[in-house]
Design a protein around this ligand. Structure first.
Ligand code: GFB
Length: 311
């Protein structure tokens, strides 16, 4: 991949896609192709085929997906499995037909068995049942990995799959009903601080542990792999460190400067107790995460406050 290569980022307005665009632009890539949902519906196979045969992108980042936090995954399973299977099938087959040089598929750490040893090695893939709150989403992502591997085996396509841990950063979804815990807590503590609320309600017991990766670190990892990695074997992308939801809530509270109390709503699911990724393969390939969690909380909080002013 060089500066003139034609690169298509599917999902360029989302958390991951927008970070890829920022990073590619800052590296001097000037032949980026994007389409809004209005311009091309990734759920519509003829439109996707038509786009690929006309534009003939050389490199594809498949970051378009329906994503959400524990509550959205637990209640909108039909949408999660249907939309993700359809989008990825349409893009992967069209990329194959258009003979793209390389495609990078964004999976998720939730594809792994819920109760596997920690940290999670890539070889645990398909060794057991995923966490129940996100099985439809996990099933779609598992199918995406298997599709990339099958196209590689049957046709020799260079279709690579990466498994990021829980991501955060600019352009995240801050809607409390559908978001992940990171943006949810930023919004909750900010609104409690500005509204003078005495308590903030955080879901679950606080005991689960999560590994949070800034999406700019992920973008750097994906671009690094586009240059260096051609294998069908999946790769974990994370920081290699996790934190309990309770510790994380205290951190967000502190960064936001909220002085009230945290109340735990144990009627909400905890989800998987832990999903720390083993990132030694990525480290061996020459990449490691740079952004410290507390710095990432502070910068994302600033981004969120600025976004409220422009909304
Ligand atoms: O980020 P999150 O929604 O998703 O929740 P998962 C992580 C943990 O934070 C859970 C707790 O234990 C939640 O109960 N939590 C506490 C909260 N307060 C809140 C809150 O206000 N909002 C939210 N959303 N959570 C998702 C999967 O699992 O992770 C997806 O469902 C995907 O499939 C994604 O893989 C990365 O980490 O539990």
């Amino acid at each position: 991949m060089n500066k003139e290569s034609k690169i298509y980022v599917a999902g360029h307005r989302g958390l991951v896609g927008s970070a890829l665009i920022r990073r590619l632009r800052s590296l001097g890539h000037n032949n980026l192709v994007t389409r809004t949902r209005h311009e091309m519906d990734l759920m519509d196979f003829p439109s996707v085929q038509n786009f690929f045969s006309r534009e003939k992108p050389e490199y594809v980042f498949l970051a378009a997906a329906k994503v959400g936090g524990i509550h959205a995954n637990n209640t909108l399973g039909a949408d999660f499995i249907h939309e993700n299977l359809t989008i990825q099938n349409n893009v992967i087959k069209s990329a194959h037909d258009a003979k793209v040089k390389k495609l990078l598929f964004l999976g998720s750490s939730c594809i792994y068995p819920r109760d596997c040893p920690q940290p999670i090695k890539e070889e645990y893939f398909l060794d057991g049942k995923p966490e129940t709150t996100n099985i439809p989403y996990a099933a779609a992502k598992i199918a995406g990995i298997l599709a990339c591997q099958a196209f590689h085996k049957q046709y020799g396509d260079t279709f690579v799959s990466v498994m990021p841990t829980n991501l955060y950063g600019p352009n995240d979804n801050f809607d409390l009903a559908t978001s992940h815990v990171f943006p949810a807590l930023i919004r909750k503590f900010h609104e409690a601080k500005t509204g003078g609320a005495p308590t903030v309600t955080v879901w679950g017991s606080g005991a689960p542990k999560r590994e949070f990766l800034h999406v700019d670190d992920l973008a750097e990892a994906c671009i690094h792999l586009m240059h260096t990695y051609n294998q069908p074997d999946i790769l974990n992308i994370g920081t290699g460190e996790d934190i309990s939801i309770q510790e994380f809530a205290e951190m967000v509270k502190d960064v936001v400067g909220y002085e009230g109390e945290i109340v735990w709503d144990r009627s909400k699911p905890d989800g998987t107790p832990r999903k720390l990724l083993d990132v030694s393969k990525m480290n061996d390939l020459g990449w490691k995460a740079n952004i410290r969690l507390r710095d990432g909380v502070a910068s994302t909080y600033q981004w969120f406050v600025a976004s409220l002013k422009t909304a």
